[in-house]
Design a protein around this ligand. Structure first.
Ligand SMILES: [Zn+2]
Ligand SMILES: [Zn+2]
Length: 174
């Protein structure tokens, strides 16, 4: 699936539904869901004045703590829908002289896909997501080509040695 590398704590803030856009120097025409890969190193973030953090800076620091405690670096940590790309977005997260990629419907992975190296721009990670719940997939139906996670593929009707696909009700899951 199409993947975008974003540094922490921005990756976590986006997937937690707190940060509603991504600031980039370049415009994108892509619309749709992409995987979010959290970079191996955090963003270089410094508060403007020490000991006098704004509410937004406190949010940023707690997100960075969360990312460090859960080791959310160098991993694919969720997915997001890119719905627009504009200038002068009114969000508190919008930075000046940047393109604002408007993001909706974040899905945070319960189990990140770890030890993945990031790349610039959009890239293909080979990771796919379950078409039912959006979590990382481990099986694909050989008939309809839909992906399933371990949880959504678990309650298949056992008819033969194969499991039955919930979508097309065929008996082939690879
Ligand atoms: Zn699922
Ligand atoms: Zn199927």
């Amino acid at each position: 699936m199409k993947t975008l590398t974003i540094k922490q704590p921005w990756a976590y803030l986006i997937l937690a539904g707190i940060k509603d856009l991504e600031n980039r120097t370049w415009k994108t025409n892509f619309r749709g869901r992409v995987l979010i890969h959290a970079g191996a190193k955090p963003a270089n973030f410094k508060p403007e004045m020490e000991n006098q953090c704004t509410a937004q800076e406190i949010t940023i620091f707690s997100a960075l703590n969360h990312a460090e405690e859960n080791d959310l670096f160098g991993a694919i940590v969720g997915s997001i829908e890119i719905v627009d790309c504009v200038r002068n977005h009114p969000s508190i997260w919008a930075e000046k002289e940047r393109w604002h990629w408007v993001l909706k419907k974040p899905i945070l992975f319960k189990k990140p896909v770890r030890n993945v190296k990031g790349k610039l721009s959009f890239w293909e990670s080979g990771v796919e997501v379950c078409h039912i719940c959006g979590q990382p997939a481990n099986v694909i139906c050989g008939d309809c080509g839909e992906y399933f996670c371990p949880r959504c593929s678990a309650p298949y009707i056992q008819v033969t040695d194969y499991d039955c696909c919930k979508k097309c009700e065929q008996y082939k899951i690879k």
